[in-house]
Each structure stands twice: as C-alpha cells, then as structure tokens.
Design a protein around this ligand. Structure first.
Ligand SMILES: *Cc1c(COP(=O)(O)O)cnc(C)c1O
Length: 469
C-alpha cells in the first residue's frame, strides 16, 4: 500500500515509512493512496471471527507484504491479550436499540489502547529488523500519554517523551503516566494547554537538528496513520454483532482531534453500512460549528469535565478535508494556510467551504455540542436508570446520539471511550457514586511519580531532549 500527503507536495511512502514518520515533510498528514473495499459477502463471512482475527482481515491490505503475516498475527494477538474482557470491545445494551461500545478494557482504561498497544509492537518489530533506535515524542490531553507509554515502554529501541498540560489532566491520568518507571520514559508537564503541547511537538518535528544524526522522531499522536488504522476495526466489530452487513448501524463518537470519528468515516467508505456518524463535542466545538454552520474558526479554549476533548483545532480533520477538496492537496494547503495565518477575530468570521462542499459534509456527519451541566445530567440519569457509571466523554457521546438520532429503528452505538474511574471530578459533580479503579491500578496513588515541569517554549523542550537522549 502506498501513502500520500494531504498537501500533495511530497513523494509516496510505504507503510513502514509512514509508521516511523510524523507529519509529511510538506506539513500534511499521510493517508492511503487508495482505500481497500470490502464486499457485503466478505463482511458477512467475518461474523464469527475473534477480535484479533477481524483486526487482521481489516488491516492487512493497509500493510501489504511489508510485515510478514505470521509476525503481524502475533503482534495483534499479543496486543489484545492484555484486555480484561474476552470480547475486547464488548457491546452493552442501554435503552431500546441503544448500545454502549465499551472501549476501555485495555491496560490504561481508554480507547487509545486499541491503537497504541499495536503501534508499540509494530515499531519494535520494524526497529529490530532495521537495527535502528528512535525517539518517540507525543503530546497528550491525558489519555494518549499513558497508552503510548504502556504500549512502547518495553521496547529497548525507543526513548519516549510525553508532553502533558501541567495541572490540566485528571489525577488518575497524570498518575498513570508519571508512575511508569523506566530509563527510557520521560514525562514533561508543560506550563500551557494541550494545543501548546501539540504546537511544541510540531515544532520539534519540523526541525530535528537537536537530535544525534542517527536518531529521528516518531509520532504517537493520532497524526500517526497506524493509530487510525487500528481504530477502524471496532466499527466493523460492533456493526457485525448488530446485524451488519444486512442491517445499517449508526455511531455517536465523542471527539476532540477527529481521530476516532475519522476511523468510522473510513469504515463506511470501505463498505460498512453506517447510517449516521455523529460528531459529539464538548464546549470546545469547532467541529460542531463547522458541520452545523459552515464556520471553521478557532475559538477560546474552555476547560471542561471531558479534558481529552479540550482542543481548539482537530488535527485529523485535515484528512477528511482532503477528501472534501477532492484530494486536491494544493487547494487544501491554501485553505489550511488561511486558518493559521488569519488573526483570530477575522478568522472567526470567515473561513468556510463552498456551499456544495458543505452539503457533502452534512450528508456525511451529524453533530452536537454538549456542555458540562448536561454531561453531568446524563451521567446521573444513566446511573439512576441503569446503574451504569458513564465517564464524561462517553456521556457527551450518549447525549449527542440521542439529540441527533434520525431513525430509532437503526441501532445507535455510542462509543464509551474511557473508564469512569479516570474522571472522578465529573462523576462526583454528577452526584454519582465513584467508580473503583480496576484491580491492576488499585495502588496507583501509592506509586512514586516522576515528571519535570517545563516552560511552554520550544527551545526548552528540545534542550531537554538533547540532554536526555
Ligand atoms: C482521546 C479521547 C477522545 C477523543 O478522541 P479523538 O480521536 O481525539 O477524537 C475522547 N474520549 C476519550 C476518553 C479520549 O481519551
């Protein structure tokens, strides 16, 4: 499989190159040159496969023969072996035709484990083969960090640096990152917000001169294609359980960086019959404003109860926009330049797509923005009616799914993206009994933390990396 950049100005790459890259050199993101297509018969034939078997069917076309089939099977099986539910991604019934897709049974209790458990092992495999070492650098709004550390720390071929916004992640999220021991593990608490962390990471990737000449940076954020690829699988898995391909299914997806919902969009384009794809945002609603009003504009950041979605610009949205711009990288590059070049006030008024493009967007996605108060109401209501404690991100998805649902006869799957024990603030605010941490994390608060507070400054970050790698 070949990969191309969304800005259209750099050569095609193979899977291995894309795995080891961050952004494309022209500032774009890598996407497959062509999407694999699965027929209804083929999808139907997957009904009795285990989760790892299904994953192999779906990702093999994206990798081709670059990783030997036996090795790939082993990587996938090991990755999902550590999940604490035999189903890996179990569905739980809520109301009539309403389902929760539980994506928090991995080691760090959020859906990020689905991709990062695999990504860490894929990297290790490739680095061994090439006898190579790399530096992993990532920004996290809370959940990516621990999942990346957990997925990659066993490789002796990586040093891993994770930037999180100082005092803006939950206690459990911070502890999950900073209590991971290892000489190759570095946690940096940046005096800024998540977008600042993302900007610092982008800056470091753009000029890697501070690294020794035999090292390169590898991205673990969802700009890394391999993450998106792994997330396509659970859309197929859930839909198959609900009658696909003979029954269409809808999904409501709590989203910040547009990674998870983009995987759903790809599943649809690969042949899965998806009725509605609902973009569920918190008060940081750039995506909702775009989908509902054709207004693509950066706003002020609001800190909410769902911190993993507290972002201003959704980096993966560019991958969707590439299709919307009929895969014209030059036009997309111009559009993205207007977004970053304009001063905020002017930018807020202006950036939009053509009427025809916007109609395409609306045919593809529905959206809703859910505030903190409503999030807490949903947590309280679902606990009262079902005895289920939702995490705040999931609650945003549940509410959006209910607001946007156009056909109660179609199963509505709401993605449960995290375990509620990660976000006790919101659960307490909702007046619901706190969820206990699973057994393997019960002594989390007794473990020793290690992290460094660092200025919101690129030079400070690259100096730190230089002195530690
Ligand atoms: C990362 C995360 C999200 C948002 O996912 P995106 O891929 O960035 O859209 C939602 N919920 C939880 C719990 C997360 O960790």
């Amino acid at each position: 499989m070949k990969y191309i950049s969304t800005r259209g100005a750099c050569p095609e790459q193979n899977f291995e190159e894309v795995l080891l890259a961050g952004m494309a050199p022209d500032g774009g993101l890598y996407v497959p040159a062509e999407l694999p297509q699965f027929s209804m018969d083929e999808i139907r034939s997957w009904k009795s496969l285990s989760y790892p078997e299904l994953a192999l069917k779906i990702i093999t076309p994206f990798i081709g023969d670059e990783i030997e089939a036996g090795a790939l099977r082993e990587i996938i099986e090991e990755s999902y072996d550590g999940f604490d539910d035999p189903d890996v991604a179990p569905l739980r019934a809520l109301n009539q035709n309403e389902w929760l897709l539980e994506l928090y049974h991995g080691p760090t209790l959020a859906f990020k484990d689905f991709a990062l458990q695999v990504l860490g092992r894929l990297l290790d495999h490739v680095l061994r083969k090439n006898d190579q070492r790399v530096v992993i650098l990532g920004a996290t709004s809370g959940d990516t960090g621990s999942a990346a550390l957990e997925g990659c720390r066993h490789s002796d071929r990586v040093d891993i640096y994770i930037l999180h916004p100082h005092q803006r992640v939950s206690d459990v999220q911070r502890k999950q990152m900073t209590t991971i021991a290892g000489d190759n593990v570095f946690n940096l608490a940046v005096e800024g917000n998540f977008d600042d962390c993302q900007r610092l990471v982008k800056g470091a990737f753009a000029d890697q001169g501070f690294l020794p000449s035999d090292r390169q940076l590898v991205a673990v954020n969802s700009i890394n294609w391999a993450r998106i690829m792994m997330q396509i699988v659970y859309y197929f898995s859930a839909a198959l359980k609900l009658g696909a391909p003979d029954q269409a299914v809808s999904f409501s997806v709590p989203t910040g960086n547009f990674g998870d919902i983009y995987a759903g969009y790809l599943a649809r384009r690969m042949g899965l019959s998806i009725a509605q794809l609902i973009v569920a945002t918190n008060e940081n609603d750039i995506l909702h404003r775009f989908i509902s009003r054709n207004e693509y504009a950066v706003a002020e950041l609001t800190q909410t109860y769902s911190p993993s979605m507290d972002i201003l610009i959704s980096s993966n949205f560019e991958r969707y926009l590439f299709d919307l711009f009929a895969r014209n990288g030059t036009e997309l590059a111009e559009f993205m330049a207007r977004l970053s070049a304009k001063p905020r006030a002017e930018n807020q008024a202006n950036l939009s797509v053509s009427k025809q493009q916007w109609q395409q967007v609306r045919a593809c996605f529905d959206s809703a923005s859910v505030d903190d108060e409503t999030t807490c109401e949903v947590i309280a209501e679902v606990f009262a009616s079902h005895g289920i404690v939702l995490d705040p991100h999931t609650a945003v998805g549940v509410k959006a799914g209910r607001l946007c649902n156009q056909d109660p006869a179609v199963p509505m799957v709401m993605l449960a993206t995290a375990h509620p024990a990660k976000f006790s603030d919101a659960i307490a605010a909702a007046g619901v009994e706190l969820a206990a941490l699973p057994r393997h994390l019960q002594d989390l608060f007794d473990r020793e933390e290690r992290y460094t507070v660092i200025a919101n400054d690129l030079q400070a970050v690259t100096d730190y990396l230089k002195h530690h790698s």
